[in-house]
Design a protein around this ligand. Structure first.
Ligand code: AMP
Length: 185
């Protein structure tokens, strides 16, 4: 059983690496971005409310995100097998919520992985990805939002002994190997 939190700027390769770790450790990959995109496709209430924020590269308000995360983490597959969280927490309030939620449901994260990639490389990767929200303006805004709201989450976890930073500016295989080396057995 492993419970992994995955941090890093947009374009760092979190999604790719989180999927590879989820496969190798046989744990659910919980991406709040994927959950939100599914809600947008379904055009349910969450999707309709979230879409505008996502298109602009802003964070979707915590009031919409927190229930979604609680529901997902308390599903049977996650309580039974563990999880890798990708794209959450995205600000310090979400990190505090997660701590509270985990203690309520008697769970603890094992490690916080922080994927580091230089800014110039992030822009190249994001422009090459071609996702609906990968336009130049939205990319710029997402990187700003990362710096202002998400980067402080690294500081939040720095005081715990669970934060490990990994160089994400290597080949996909090399990054996965590094991550596997630091994830506790
Ligand atoms: P991602 O796939 O993680 O890059 O997320 C895509 C978009 O979904 C982000 O730009 C945000 O608009 C929204 N989003 C994903 N996760 C969160 C979160 N934890 N809190 C707020 N908004 C989020």
């Amino acid at each position: 059983m492993r419970r992994l939190i995955f941090l890093g700027p947009p374009g760092a390769g979190k999604g790719t690496q989180a999927k590879r770790l989820a496969d190798s450790y046989e744990i659910p990959h919980i991406s709040t971005g994927d959950l939100l995109r599914a809600a947008v496709v379904q055009q349910n209430e969450l999707g309709i409310k979230a879409k505008g924020y996502m298109d602009r590269g802003e964070l979707v308000p915590d009031s919409l995100i927190l229930d979604m995360v609680r529901d997902r983490l308390t599903k049977l597959d996650a309580t039974a097998a563990g999880w890798i969280l990708d794209g959450f927490p995205r600000n310090v309030a979400q990190a505090e919520f997660l701590d509270k939620l985990l203690s309520e449901i008697n769970q603890e994260s094992d490690i916080v992985l922080n994927l580091e990639v230089p800014d110039e490389e992030l822009v190249i990767r994001l422009l090459g990805r071609g996702r609906a929200d990968d336009t130049e303006d939205t990319i710029r805004r997402r990187l700003e939002v990362y710096r202002e709201q998400t980067a402080p989450v690294i500081g939040y976890y720095r005081h715990s002994d669970r934060l490990v930073s990994v160089n994400g500016n290597l080949s996909i295989e090399e990054v996965t190997a590094q991550l596997q080396r630091v994830v506790p057995c």
